[in-house]
Design a protein around this ligand. Structure first.
Ligand code: NAP
Length: 346
């Protein structure tokens, strides 16, 4: 089997394709011959050596990748409900950039009818993150005012879709004019292009009384003001810090990182209580033991397509058909897909 291996932190040049023996699935595991693997912004952070859970769970060398789709190629002892050749998609705590991967059976689902391998391989990470933020941490209700930063990115566009589905009034923020239309198409009622407009003046214009929920993975660039633009009882959900990295750069700028670390706001619970505002933060990669939660999320997200593949419950809107992604050949892995993530053009 072939996999992408990063032996030490660094730029794109650290991505090396290596040949290794096929993994043997342990009891309760399934091996999958991958047909597609998802590339996420977080993979770039893993490669740079800045992703804490990658250090906690794997260290170096590491194969990045949280998600994949393919065909079952071997069954571990005790797995009786899948057959060789079955088409599946799944999640993994790293290791997804591989032609063969073994994961616990419970991290796999049948490929929903009508989805290609590429579509399925790019669905889980962004939609599970969005689901956890707005269906588990925050309970969205109709008419809530919701502000989504980076609304045309992977997680951002999933957040816009889920918030719209919940009947919220959704304002998206994007970093350039070519992302306005995609964010509108995902369901945002209004989009602020912060490269051309004054972000906070526009945000106030759309919601003079503030936002019930703001979803922010920018980090220090916007966190303080996002908090300040919450309505009474509002919640700021923090799930990333991507502005700490320079766009277009394969490597971190350590001076900028240190400065951004220092200027990241520290929220005080005494003040938060007085302000009647909350801050929530999470990283899904620490939650791979939460199998029931994963299945609940997937039943909701994959909806009708899943029902056709044997799930019990269906969400009325097959969101999966609306996941946005670009597709690259494996040989292109280091050049196009990763630079696309690093320059913030997604
Ligand atoms: N906590 C979790 O469990 C979890 C799980 C998955 C992802 N995440 C985080 O969610 C965020 C989005 O991930 P994604 O996979 O959706 O990424 P993505 O599709 O690549 O989108 C990232 C967006 O961030 C903006 N951005 C701002 N500064 C950037 C920079 N220096 N480099 C690159 N992009 C920059 C860009 O949008 P604009 O310029 O339009 O703002 C870009 O569209 C990341 O911070 C990621 O680490 C967290």
């Amino acid at each position: 089997m072939k996999k992408v291996v990063v032996h030490a932190p660094g730029g794109f040049d650290r991505l090396v394709v290596e040949s290794h023996p096929d993994p043997t699935p342990a009891p309760g595991e399934v091996r999958v011959s991958t047909r597609a693997a998802g590339v996420n912004f977080a993979d770039c952070v893993v490669r740079m050596g800045l992703y804490q859970s990658a250090k906690d769970y794997v260290g170096w060398p590491i194969t990045p990748g949280f998600e994949f789709a393919g065909v079952v190629s071997a069954l571990g002892e005790g797995v009786t409900d899948l057959e060789l050749g079955a088409e599946v998609f799944g999640v993994t705590r790293f290791g997804g950039y591989a032609s063969e991967i073994s994961v616990p059976r419970l991290q796999l689902l049948p490929l929903p009818k009508g989805l290609t391998f590429s579509q399925a391989a790019t669905f889980s990470t962004v939609f599970l993150t969005a689901w956890y933020a707005v269906c588990e941490l925050v309970r969205l209700r109709p008419k809530m005012r919701v502000l989504v930063h980076s609304a045309a990115g992977g997680v951002g566009s999933a957040l816009v879709q889920l918030a719209r589905l919940a009947g919220c009034e959704v304002v998206g923020v994007v970093g350039g004019p070519r992302k306005v239309q995609p964010a509108l198409e995902q369901g945002a009622h209004a989009v602020i292009d912060k490269s051309a407009q004054n972000l906070w003046r526009e945000a106030e214009r759309h919601a003079p009384a503030g936002y019930h929920v703001i979803l922010d993975a920018n980090g220090p660039e916007t966190l303080r003001r996002s908090y300040a633009h919450l309505a009474p009882g509002g919640r700021l959900v923090v799930y990333g810090f991507h502005t700490m990295l320079r766009k277009n750069a394969g490597r971190p700028n350590w001076l900028k990182l240190a400065w951004d670390f220092l200027r990241t706001p520290r929220f005080n619970p005494l003040e938060m209580t007085d302000h009647n505002r909350g801050v929530l933060a999470f990283n899904l990669s620490y939650m791979f033991d939460e199998v029931e939660l994963f299945l609940e999320a997937m039943r909701f997200l994959v909806g009708e397509r899943a029902q056709a593949s044997g799930f019990e419950q269906a969400c009325p809107d097959p969101l999966s058909s609306r996941a946005r992604f670009d597709s690259f050949e494996f040989a292109d892995y280091s050049v196009r897909s990763w630079t696309c993530c690093s320059r913030g053009s997604s």
